[in-house]
Design a binder for this molecule. Sequence first.
Ligand SMILES: C[S@@+](CC[C@H](N)C(=O)[O-])C[C@H]1O[C@@H](n2cnc3c(N)ncnc32)[C@H](O)[C@@H]1O
Length: 344
Amino acid sequence: MSVLLLHHGLLSICQLLELQCGGGSITPRVQSFILEHCMGNIVDQGTSYSHTYIRNILKKIIVDAESSSDVVVDGLYEEFGQYLTLNLEEGSQKENDRIYRQVSFLSSTIDDDVCSKPVNLVVRLVCSLNMLEGDTGCSLWPSSLFLSEFILSYPEIFSNKFNFEVGSGVGLVGIALNYVGASKVILSDGDMSTLTNMKANVELNCTNGSSNRVAECKYLPWESASEAELQQYRPDIVLGADVIYNPQCLPHLIRVLSILLKPQNREEVDNRISLHEAEGSPVSYIATVVRNLDTFNYFLRLASEANLLVLNISETAKPLNLLPYMLSYDQSNVRLLKISLICD
Ligand SMILES: C[S@@+](CC[C@H](N)C(=O)[O-])C[C@H]1O[C@@H](n2cnc3c(N)ncnc32)[C@H](O)[C@@H]1O
């Protein structure tokens, strides 16, 4: 199963094959299937995958096959040999550092308390191998996996709502929102190269047949977004994944959240008896990994000063585990915050 760690897309297929046809090992039948169907598809996709990447995957498959099965089919060695030669020919030519990642949200059994419909969403994302590219926005981070699982587990919270995401990165959350039937989705980011990459991913995944419901991608740096621009959106739900990490950006993020979370009709809310989290007021769901406690506490302090009520709902609103094959991702590392503006 260590073969899975390399890549969730192709290798998740390998895992399924191992489990369904090979009883957990890469039998000759599984190897032949990978050769005929998976490798063929990769070659058809031209330059999408780098040669080094394919070579590494082939190597891993061969190593796993050698250790779990008596026979390794010749074709695998031949294919591996070809990619070795290609690499030598390329010499010092720079490899394309973009890869496709496939994220398959799959649930066969459904817990009635959480979600009523089985989930079957397979997302293909262009990501960077460089974690810092696009101000970190061209990589996929665990919080957006978590937030997407949350959206797919509780679709009723998001369907038929206007959802607005800040710091959207590769755009996975928007694709999940589109899947559950959000009435409108705006994804945003403050980095231009991230935005270009995000748009490509949205186009790749959000074509809804005859419907025009496709997530929009907007350039929105928290530092310079004006109050007037933010006020015009009026979302029902504001989302964010892995956006609490840079202390310098946090005051700006808090300002953006405060404006987006302002109730749409101020007079109506003022007349309510209970003004704490008034019904119909916008609410925010932020998923975050706490890497630095000081930074997280700073976020909480700024939020409190801005009259934002932050609830940790990680325990009370757990999502379904829809990515069980992703061995490097652990739901328990991610905190889910529900944030609303206290109107007094
Ligand atoms: C760690 S990445 C998370 C990306 C994505 N949400 C995910 O979880 O996969 C942080 C994202 O926030 C964006 N970001 C960081 N600072 C920002 C700022 N000041 N204004 C707007 N976006 C910002 C980055 O460009 C990046 O896309």
